[in-house]
Design a protein around this ligand. Structure first.
Ligand code: NDP
Length: 277
């Protein structure tokens, strides 16, 4: 990944450019809260917004994008099909509902939100149709372990372009990152800021001091230097702006290794092998 500025991109396996910094919107409320957050992010140089049908804020995300002076073609929008909608026909309907809520005529990235047992292969077939129809520029999965990907690849005609999973200094999942790299599946991290817990980690406190940056900036930069697309969430103006201010420094190899060594396979979210939603 060549890291330049907040508008920089990584090329997906199908040639589509995906901005490596995006705004997360989980728990961001529909209406003014999400509209303001997306507008602030776009003004701060973000060109990528991550939402999902289940977040219930697609309408506001779309409103903010349309209200901005930035061309739709310059903004990368991701949404996801929720578990209860998985299956072939239901996914096609869910996709239409998301486009309708967002009020946009194509999507940049559509993801299977979780690997719902017995459903995700049919869901993937629907995503392949949407991709071939040209209404979505890239398709991918989320929360897929290696065994889910291996199973999917037994029937998939198109290899997912992205896998969006929990990833932060406490959870690196090396076998999964290696598998994705081998299959040219771009790794994308959710909960990169450990849901706000980064400030409780001594090493990150020390590195924040050393580089004169916040712990969030250290971790966002660490994601990028590891080649991972990153979507920190905030609804606070100062944080949205400062979380994107990570392009004027770089973390030394030694400090990258020290952060990598924090990995203890710890999850803040559900394990994709035993989620119950
Ligand atoms: P994050 O790791 O991005 O952390 C968000 C939390 O950190 C919020 O409480 C936020 O509070 C706080 N925060 C933001 N900036 C800072 C900062 N500079 N210093 C200290 N605290 C800060 O967690 P998320 O779970 O939201 O993950 C990011 C995104 O990933 C989601 O929003 C969503 O888009 C996606 N996601 C996808 C999932 C999936 O299954 N595919 C699952 C979970 C998330 P505040 O808003 O008050 O600033």
């Amino acid at each position: 990944m060549q890291i330049s500025d907040s508008k920089g991109t990584v090329k997906l396996s199908n040639g589509i450019d995906m901005p490596y910094l995006g705004l997360g919107t989980y728990l961001t409320k529909e209406g003014n809260e999400v509209i303001d957050a997306v507008q602030i992010a776009l003004e701060a140089g973000y060109r990528h917004i991550d939402t999902a049908a289940i977040y219930g804020n697609e309408i506001g995300v779309g409103n903010a994008i349309r209200a901005s002076s930035i061309n739709r073609s310059e903004i990368f929008v991701t949404t996801k099909v929720w578990n209860s909608k998985q299956g072939y026909d239901t996914t096609l309907k869910a996709f239409d509902a998301s486009l309708q809520a967002l009020q946009i005529d194509y999507l940049d990235l559509y993801l299977i939100h979780w690997p719902t047992k017995g459903k995700y292969k049919e869901t993937w077939r629907a995503l392949e149709k949407l991709y071939r129809d040209g209404i979505v520029k890239a398709i991918g999965v989320s929360n897929f372990h290696v065994h889910h990907l291996e199973d999917l690849l037994t029937t998939a005609e198109i290899v997912p372009m992205v896998n969006q999973v929990e990833y932060h200094p406490y959870l690196m999942q090396k076998p999964l990152t290696d598998f994705c790299a081998k299959h040219k599946i771009q790794y994308e991290s959710w909960s990169p800021l450990m849901q706000g817990n980064i400030t409780k980690v001594d090493l990150l406190n020390a590195l924040a001091q050393k580089y004169q940056k916040t712990e969030a900036q250290i971790v966002i930069r660490w994601n990028l230097q590891n080649g991972v697309v990153v979507i920190p969430k905030s609804v606070k103006k100062e944080r949205i702006i400062s979380n994107a201010n990570v392009f004027d420094f770089s973390i030394s190899n030694e400090d990258m290794k020290a952060i990598n060594a924090l990995d203890k396979s710890y999850r803040f979210g559900a394990n994709p092998d035993n989620f119950n939603f």
